[in-house]
Design a protein around this ligand. Structure first.
Ligand code: PGU
Length: 411
């Protein structure tokens, strides 16, 4: 018999989102939907999964990409590092004005999504890495570190070996950087999942300065950058001088272009980035990706190219604008005594605090009273207790209905 990787047993619970889906199924089994009574239908504002159709120009890119594969001159096979044209386009679109100038194509690695890259990134650092996260945070940073052996066991308040840097109302959802330990890998997400908070330029300058001073690497997750509407807020960590020496950046077409199912993302690994021993992190990422990843779908990449054309960028703005309007409505519906909210203006998440309430109890109460599925804040880390995350990804009619039902909550 073979033995189970002991690190799997260290994980405290199942992955957050399947767990929520399980609780929804359990609830639905006990309270079946009645098609004659629309109010019994469960509306999901839970997992951040896009719902709106891919817009026409971007979709033409995808279908054209598929059509070309049937042509002798259009066929392509493995493309390990991603289409050169797409890498150049990403650099020119998102990193034109960054400190130190745009990136070269070999600093941009095309992938099948940011989550997949977060998982693979752990291979660069191994089980001895010191990991720090914003608390609350996207659960993959922590669970991935546990799987790599860099964290665990569970100690009640969190996993041993992980530094949880609280992001709470008291510090305006930006961590106390003096708590960042030397030589750690700091997963940092802005616009933040789950709080919806967006770090300002001075905050990111302080983050970069602290990372440089303490020999830390920032893994900056910019998956929601296109939701930023305030021009004063940076969309990339590389807007900050010095970031090329201490940060890499994850990004994705999932949330801006509706590619959650198509799967396409990228990671920027500057050539300036070095380990303590002086070796190139860029060279190692190239080695890791070449070994365990065989390139993103060429159809998805054709869609990505279309998304970065002027028409495509217009569609991205339109789609993000649609979800931001959902977010505005949800936040408005939650403006009532007994709740306080942040997020939802430059981000598709609203982070609502129900003082004195347990997150999972509140999650159950909203499901029972409103038949609206949410995500309990405690699932994102110890500082998420008493919070609920509302996702703005949903059809407009469903969001309107959910907002109306939220009026039933007695707080
Ligand atoms: N990074 C952040 C911060 C995310 O919130 C998500 C998705 C991803 C990366 C994943 O990007 P891909 O490029 O699509 O891989 N978070 C959603 C979906 C749940 C999940 O497990 O990814 C959420 O509800 O938090």
């Amino acid at each position: 018999m073979i033995h189970r990787n002991p690190r799997l047993a260290v994980l405290k619970a199942g992955y957050l989102f399947p767990e929520i889906a399980r609780r929804k199924r359990e609830f639905a089994a006990a309270h079946p939907e009645d098609p004659a009574k629309p109010e019994t239908r469960i509306i999901s504002l839970g997992v951040g999964n896009t719902t709106e159709p891919i817009l026409p120009h971007i979709n033409r890119g995808l279908t054209e990409g598929a059509r070309k594969l049937a042509l002798p001159g259009g066929y392509s096979g493995y493309q390990d590092e991603g289409l050169l044209e797409l890498r150049e386009k990403i650099s020119g679109t998102f990193y034109q004005g960054v400190s130190g100038g745009p990136f070269s194509a070999d600093e941009i690695f095309i992938s099948d999504g940011a989550k997949c890259d977060i998982g693979r990134l752990q291979l660069l650092f191994g089980p001895d890495a010191k990991v720090a996260v914003q608390d609350p945070s996207y659960p993959v940073y922590v669970d991935g570190s546990v799987l790599m052996g860099a964290a665990g066991p569970w100690t009640g308040g969190g996993y041993d070996g992980i530094s949880y840097l609280p992001c709470t109302a008291e510090n305006s959802y930006f961590p106390d950087l003096s708590k960042l330990k030397e030589n750690s890998i700091f997963y940092f997400c802005s616009p933040n999942n789950p709080t919806g908070a967006v770090s300002t330029r001075p905050q990111l300058e302080a983050l970069v300065a602290e990372a440089l001073k303490k020999g830390c690497l920032i893994v900056f997750d910019a998956a929601y950058a296109e939701y930023i509407r305030d021009p004063a807020l940076p969309k990339t960590i590389f807007a900050i001088p010095g970031a090329r020496e201490c940060a890499l950046e994850l990004n994705s077409f999932s949330k801006p272009a509706g590619f959650t199912g198509v799967r396409l993302g990228w990671t920027v690994v500057p050539k300036e980035l070095r380990y303590a021993g002086g070796e190139s992190i860029n060279a190692d990422w190239n080695r890791v990706m070449g070994t365990i990843f065989n390139g993103a779908s060429n159809i998805a990449q054709a869609g990505g190219l279309a998304a970065l054309s002027p028409e495509g960028l217009g569609e991205i703005r339109q789609l993000c604008g649609f979800y931001l309007e959902n977010a505005r409505r949800i936040r408005e519906a939650l403006e009532k005594p007994g709740v306080s909210c942040v997020g939802g203006d430059n981000s598709p998440y609203i982070w609502a605090r129900f003082p004195g309430r347990d997150s999972w109890d509140m999650f159950a109460e909203i499901l029972e009273t409103c038949r609206v599925l949410t995500t309990p804040g405690a699932g994102f880390g110890p500082s998420g207790q008493s919070f609920i995350r509302f996702s703005a990804f949903g059809h407009r009619a469903d969001v309107e209905e959910a907002c109306e039902r939220l009026g039933r909550l007695k707080l």
